[in-house]
Ligand binder design. Structure first.
Ligand code: GLN
Length: 304
């Protein structure tokens, strides 16, 4: 398999770098708007620990919403099923930063991956602590999962999003008005913006995702039952209102971020990370999705 995987990854990277349409970088966070979009990287770690990559696998990118998988794992570890009294587990069928849905549903976010749900999840992780302590736990979790301490928060990205995060402030204040925020909105959002600003390479991200492959793979981070549940949420909600299309085209649980990264899991087999900063209309990496589709097809990887 190793040789085949290597060949497939190189073919995908070569073909996609000739693309004519790279999508559109996120422009509502100025630091992300400045990232050149014609970049591509992919890495796969198989269950036996072998790592293969192609493209700009040494370049760090902003993980953004992919960090929501890790904060969700931490929140469930801290407060168990109590989180589900504050957030639902249904696909949203709406944009990741939708305000209208939150109002219609009385401040109860659809799922932990849309922004409103992730803000509540971060609020649960914060739990009255200083933001720096919660951030140390989040960063520590990702470093332990990746077995790599060279993973950091990009403070300029966090600052840039704080200065332009009006929509997230609106969501946080609306949540607070409904009694669904335990900490002051500024504190929860500060923590949220900072964990979204964690940056890593595709290799580091694929390594950090190993615990989601299944029992006995990578460092033990959460119980096998929780691994299955995290994968279920990634499959149904990980790409916002593009989740159905991603499931149809790729067939793997995955989480995207507006930095252009995607983490996908082949249960029992592998962890895949891809990065290309240009996004599609749903805010998911355009070429990243194409690469995942090609890789899953070539390797015959699907949960279906
Ligand atoms: N930090 C980003 C935001 O809140 C994360 C969104 C995303 O990656 N989809 O808008």
């Amino acid at each position: 398999m190793a040789q085949r995987l290597k060949t497939v990854l190189n073919e995908i990277a070569a073909d996609l770098s000739d693309s004519h349409d790279w999508g559109k970088v996120a422009d509502y966070i100025p630091e992300l708007a400045a990232v050149p979009k014609e970049q591509f990287a992919i890495a796969v770690i198989t269950k036996d620990g072998q790592c293969h990559s192609a493209g700009s696998a040494q370049v760090r990118f902003s993980a953004q919403s992919i960090t929501k998988v890790f904060t969700l794992a931490i929140a469930l570890g801290r407060s168990g099923d109590q989180l589900w009294q504050r957030v639902d587990r249904e696909p949203s069928g709406d944009a990741f930063n939708s305000i209208v849905q939150l109002e219609q549903e009385n401040g109860h976010p659809r799922n932990p991956f849309v922004n409103a749900g992730a803000i509540v999840t971060t609020d649960e992780v914060l739990a009255g602590r200083a933001p720096k302590d919660a951030l140390a736990e989040i960063l520590g979790f990702i470093r332990t999962a990746a077995e790599d301490d060279d993973i950091h928060i990009n403070k300029s990205v966090a600052k840039s999003e704080t200065e332009h995060g009006h929509r997230n402030f609106a969501l946080a204040h609306f949540l607070a008005s409904c009694g669904n925020l335990k900490n002051p909105p500024d504190m929860t959002l500060g923590t949220y913006f900072h964990h979204c600003a964690i940056e890593l390479t595709v290799t580091q991200l694929a390594k950090a995702g190993r615990f989601l492959i299944g029992p006995g793979v990578g460092p033990k981070m959460v119980s096998p039952e929780r691994v299955r549940r995290l994968n279920a949420l990634m499959m149904t909600c990980g790409h916002y209102d593009g989740s159905g299309d991603f499931a149809y085209r790729v067939g793997l649980p995955a989480k995207s971020g507006v930095g252009g990264g995607i983490l996908a899991i082949v249960p029992g087999q592998a962890s895949i990370a891809v990065w290309s900063p240009g996004l599609d209309q749903n805010g998911n990496s355009k070429l990243g999705t194409e690469a995942m589709q090609r890789l899953a097809h070539a390797m015959n990887w699907s949960v279906f």
